[in-house]
Ligand binder design. Structure first.
Ligand SMILES: NC(=O)c1ccc[n+]([C@@H]2O[C@H](COP(=O)([O-])OP(=O)(O)OC[C@H]3O[C@@H](n4cnc5c(N)ncnc54)[C@H](OP(=O)(O)O)[C@@H]3O)[C@@H](O)[C@H]2O)c1
Length: 331
């Protein structure tokens, strides 16, 4: 049997610092698991930026293949429910932090982590969705589960020009919601956000209130920022509304009080993509398959080669990327 090698983007400790290197690995280097995937695409999320810059100590052991997402074709499988030849994705589950990740040409994972990509989503679109889009869908499901329906009133999306934010805007608008997009790059991104379906665009600075109860504006919200932005979102949510908290691009703190909860019956719904159970993942991916405008998604997606992934992840951390970055792991 021939020995197969593949390229992988690894993060490693380097003296006092941190290094990201493109290396050659062998199939024998792959970890345990009953499904082997020929990876075609990966992508760059905010968390990939954190991992490749060494922040928050997210990586549990070194060296570690980076990449919290992968999309590819099953080439070996020990279970009937994940057949060889199936187009699949893996999002989170410790990929890229505890288990070698998706920024590589091959991966081996436990079958329980694998989500089949539902039609009509193609491989490139699945990577453009990635953790950002699948988590946006989890947040939309949480709003729905708490009674935020199209017609309930405006739904705010913060960090709207980023990956998760853009897909949240697209998905909510496609479902018939009135979407208010908040961005720190209004001058540059307003037109693009209106094209994605936002009804209006507001400046991020409007969300930097003092956390005191404010004008009741939104029936629901998807927040990617945390910190003072989330505090203000809570303070400006209408009676009985729900805020889905999915991010921390502004900070991990939350300077608020119980007032929005006990005076306006606001619900704060936590959203986690990493350990979400398989059925919930499938529901989120099906929602995307049924409603996401894939052509519009392509319009806010840039494809970069594997060897530029580390450099481009810095742009993600700087908050200068519009929409999504997909990584061509074969280029
Ligand atoms: N809960 C989960 O399981 C889960 C899953 C996926 C993502 N997340 C989190 O969700 C957030 C968004 O992820 P993403 O992949 O969509 O990231 P992204 O593409 O980098 O988007 C983040 C956006 O946040 C805004 N932003 C960035 N830095 C900021 C700062 N210092 N202050 C205020 N706003 C800032 C920018 O939006 P504007 O330019 O529009 O202002 C930026 O485009 C991240 O915090 C990520 O960790 C969590």
């Amino acid at each position: 049997m021939s020995v197969r090698s593949f390229r992988a983007l690894e993060v490693d400790e380097d003296g006092d610092g941190y290094a990201v290197r493109l290396v050659e690995r062998l199939d024998a280097d792959l970890p345990d698991g009953d499904v082997v995937v020929d990876v075609r695409w990966s992508d760059l999320n905010y968390k990939d930026g954190l991992i490749m810059s060494g922040r928050f100590g997210l990586v549990r052991r070194f060296p570690m293949t980076a990449g919290i997402d992968l999309v590819g074709t099953v080439v070996e499988s020990g279970v009937a429910e994940v057949p060889v030849g199936r187009l699949v994705t893996v999002n989170g589950n410790g990929l890229g932090t505890d288990h070698p990740g998706g920024l590589a040409e091959r991966a081996r994972v436990p079958h329980a982590w694998v989500t089949p990509v539902p039609e009509p989503i193609d491989a490139l679109s699945a990577a453009a969705i990635g953790t950002a889009g699948y988590t946006a869908a989890l947040a939309v499901l949480a709003l729905r589960g708490n009674g935020v329906e199209p017609g309930s009133g405006p739904v705010l999306v913060t960090g709207a020009a980023g990956g998760a934010g853009s897909i949240a805007v697209l998905l909510l608008a496609a479902l018939g919601h009135e979407v208010v997009a908040s961005t720190g790059r209004r001058r540059m991104e307003e037109e693009s956000l209106l094209r994605l379906g936002a009804s209006s665009v507001v400046d991020r600075l409007e969300l930097l209130g003092d956390g005191e109860l404010g004008r009741a504006s939104w029936a629901g919200a998807i927040d990617t920022l945390g910190s003072r932005a989330l505090a203000t979102v809570l303070a400006r949510t209408r009676y009985g509304g729900t805020v889905a908290a999915m991010g921390m691009a502004m900070g991990v703190d939350l300077p608020t009080s119980v007032v929005p909860f006990i005076s306006r019956a606001v619900t704060l719904a936590g959203i986690d993509s990493v350990h979400a159970p398989p059925e919930l993942r499938r529901d989120a991916w099906q929602l995307l398959a049924d409603h996401l405008d894939l052509a519009a998604l392509r319009g806010i997606t840039e494809v970069v080669p594997l060897e530029q992934a580390a450099e481009r992840s810095r742009a993600v951390m700087a908050g200068t990327v519009r929409g999504r970055l997909v990584v061509d792991v074969r280029a």
